[in-house]
Design a protein around this ligand. Structure first.
Ligand code: ADP
Length: 254
């Protein structure tokens, strides 16, 4: 009520969804969408009803990660009907608009409030990278249970990850913790471990900021290739070490 009096947008729940978790990053290309989809699939594998909302307006990658191409239909109420693969319901900016469409903000409203999720335990939102209008709009309009922040361990990515964390704190979104991606590379020939972008940068940053550290995903060609095929590692190789890494993080945020 106080928010309404001050003319601030009010938060409202997403219809048909029990819990909402966002996956965010300071920069693009750090593995945010790959984390979002593998977390969604991991949680679905624990017998929960899961959906993924791809709000990455400038680079929606969920359609490709789930190998979904069709245009979504609408129901009699005009709500978008999600597409489904591997048991996860998906709705994406990429399904409904072109990349440079002038109606981005209108499309975002539709994605947030007019999708027929039809009873989910958890919705994972794949946020755009950085701290722009879209992230702010989502944080202010939707009741988020929390946000996971992913970064690679080099300083240039961590600086922006910090900015992201500070933004979510400012708008009262609980930060569930930080994930470190692509820190360790294990040579497939000699098993030698290499820290390409430095070691434990995300762990250190999370400690400095008083945030939980949720875990580490190695830099592995398999993760990249399977994503490109639209068959993410968690469903394709559920018993692999890579899949276990995603599943461990999934357990911590549930
Ligand atoms: P973002 O959503 O942050 O822009 P993506 O999830 O699209 O990043 O990942 C960027 C690229 O890096 C993709 O080609 C993806 O397959 C690859 N990638 C992400 N995480 C890993 C990883 N742990 N190991 C290898 N490749 C990865």
């Amino acid at each position: 009520e106080a928010r309404m009096r001050r003319g601030l947008p009010t938060k409202r729940p997403i219809q048909g969804v029990e819990h909402v978790i966002a996956v965010a990053s300071g920069k693009g290309g750090v593995g945010k969408s790959t984390l979002a989809i593998n977390l969604a699939l991991a949680i679905a594998s624990f017998r929960h009803r899961v959906g993924i909302l791809d709000a990455d307006i400038f680079g929606p990658s969920i359609p490709r990660l789930l190998n979904l191409k069709a245009e979504p239909q609408t129901n009699e109420k005009g709500e978008l009907i999600p597409l489904v693969n591997f048991g996860v319901k998906a709705m994406s900016m990429g399904f409904i608009i072109g990349e440079d469409s002038p109606v981005v903000m209108k499309a975002l409203q539709q994605l947030l409030h007019q999708v027929q999720w039809g009873g989910l335990d958890l919705l994972v939102i794949d946020m755009p990278p950085g701290t722009g209008d879209t992230q702010l709009t989502i944080s202010q309009q939707v009741v988020l249970d929390g946000v996971v922040i992913v970064s690679t361990p080099q300083d240039i990515a961590l600086i922006d990850a910090r900015k992201g964390a500070n933004m979510f704190t400012k708008v009262n979104v609980p930060i569930l913790g930080m994930v470190q991606n692509m820190s360790i590379f294990v040579c497939p020939n000699c098993q030698h471990k290499v820290h390409i972008f430095g070691q434990n940068g995300v762990l250190k940053t999370s400690k400095e900021m008083g945030l939980d550290y949720l875990g580490d995903i190695p830099l592995d060609a398999d993760i990249c290739e399977l994503s490109d095929f639209g068959t993410p590692v968690v469903v394709t190789k559920p018993d692999s070490y890579n899949a276990q890494c995603y599943k461990e993080i999934a357990k911590k945020i549930m």
